[in-house]
Design a protein around this ligand. Structure first.
Ligand SMILES: NC(=O)c1ccc[n+]([C@@H]2O[C@H](COP(=O)([O-])OP(=O)(O)OC[C@H]3O[C@@H](n4cnc5c(N)ncnc54)[C@H](O)[C@@H]3O)[C@@H](O)[C@H]2O)c1
Length: 337
């Protein structure tokens, strides 16, 4: 494996993944990203000029473009996606275009170019649906029962990957990961949103009663899991990745308040998200056994690093908040200005 096409490398996880690759390996990396509202070329600008890195602006649904880029590529890592559940509830169209059609275009072009593989598809725990508190964590053989347009589009992509493996023998590997946090996360997601609102003295909008449980993983641990799956995963396999760190949303928000020395009174409980999944939890034993991977960063350490990063990179998020995202942010999350 020498040449890798990474999609969505200007987003949160893709940025961290490319940085890991360029730091720890000598693969030639092409980053294909459409630079949607969530894609930020600044994230990775310091890598431009690196002899192993090329950036191409474009969409994964663009068959001609993708087909040309696949020439000489060994592996693909597909991060490109519309990724925010709330936006998928308002308008599912872009989620179907990118997450479903885009993945199929990548699979077709990968096969037509005769790439050796693997085709690593980055998926999510949300494809499994919601767990009751007493149920065991998701395993890779759980049924897919997605509840939001976002998770349904991701589950559809997973099934298209499975079909490519079964029908054509395309060497597909799927990773499904729990909730990530860390540097470069777009400020509409829970943790950066709460950090920023806290720093700015705004209210912290928490859905429902704040008791929805998520498993939290530091983004670098996720990236190492994806790399391990790319290098050691068996074609046709799925690997769950997670932080073994189940927390209610309110506990996450309280951690941020504590780290920033802010009062609990900033919390504002708001109307719950429709179809809000109660709990996600991951059984990661397959990845631990087969990929010799496990998460290394505990939540307290990861959160200290994350809060420090957002404090040290105010210009990064202030530019986002003053750009095209400004009106969406004000409408949805900017109460208490
Ligand atoms: N964030 C999480 O907690 C989490 C957890 C599990 C899985 N995932 C998955 O990981 C992947 C990356 O998530 P993220 O949080 O970094 O998302 P993100 O929204 O921060 O980044 C997505 C990136 O994809 C690009 N993109 C969007 N549509 C595109 C298109 N049509 N063609 C090319 N590029 C396009 C965007 O410009 C952006 O750079 C997604 O597939 C997501 O489903 C995320």
């Amino acid at each position: 494996m020498e040449k890798i096409l990474v999609t969505g490398g200007c987003g949160f996880i893709g940025t961290n993944f490319i940085r890991l690759l360029l730091r720890e390996r000598d693969y030639k990396v092409t980053n294909l990203d459409a630079l949607t509202y969530a894609g930020n070329p600044e994230n990775i600008r310091d890598m431009e000029g690196h002899p192993c890195y090329t950036f191409i602006k474009g969409r994964i649904e663009d068959h001609d473009l993708v087909s040309g880029l696949m020439e000489g590529v060994d592996a693909v890592v597909n991060f490109a996606a519309e990724s925010h559940v709330d936006r998928s509830i308002k308008n599912a169209g872009p989620f179907i275009n990118t997450n479903v059609l885009g993945t199929q275009v990548l699979l077709d072009c990968f096969r037509q170019a005769g790439c050796s593989g693997p085709f690593l598809h980055v998926s999510t725990d949300e494809v499994y649906g919601s767990l009751k508190m007493e149920e065991p964590p998701f395993r890779e053989d759980n049924l897919l029962k997605p509840n939001s347009p976002y998770s349904a589009s991701k589950a559809s992509a997973d099934l298209l990957c499975r079909a490519a493996w079964k029908t054509f023998g395309t060497p597909v590997v799927i990773t499904r990961c729990s909730n990530n946090y860390g540097p470069y996360q777009f400020p509409e997601k829970l943790i950066p949103l709460m950090i920023i609102n806290c720093v700015e003295g705004r209210r912290l909008p928490v859905y429902g009663n704040g008791m929805n449980v998520r498993d939290w993983i530091y983004v670098e641990d996720h990236c190492k899991g994806v790399l391990a799956a790319m290098e050691k995963g068996s074609p046709g396999s799925v690997y769950n990745l997670g932080g073994n760190c189940e927390l209610a949303n309110i506990e996450v928000v309280e951690t941020i308040l504590r780290l920033l020395g802010k009062p609990r009174e900033l919390i504002e409980f708001v109307k719950d998200r429709p179809g809000h999944d109660r709990r996600y939890a991951m059984d990661t034993s397959r990845a631990e056994r087969k990929l010799s991977w496990s998460p290394e960063i505990d939540f307290e350490t990861g959160m200290e690093r994350t809060v420090r990063w957002y404090l040290d990179h105010r210009q990064w998020w202030r530019r986002i908040l003053s750009g095209q995202y400004r009106s969406y942010y004000r409408e949805h999350y900017g109460r208490g200005l």
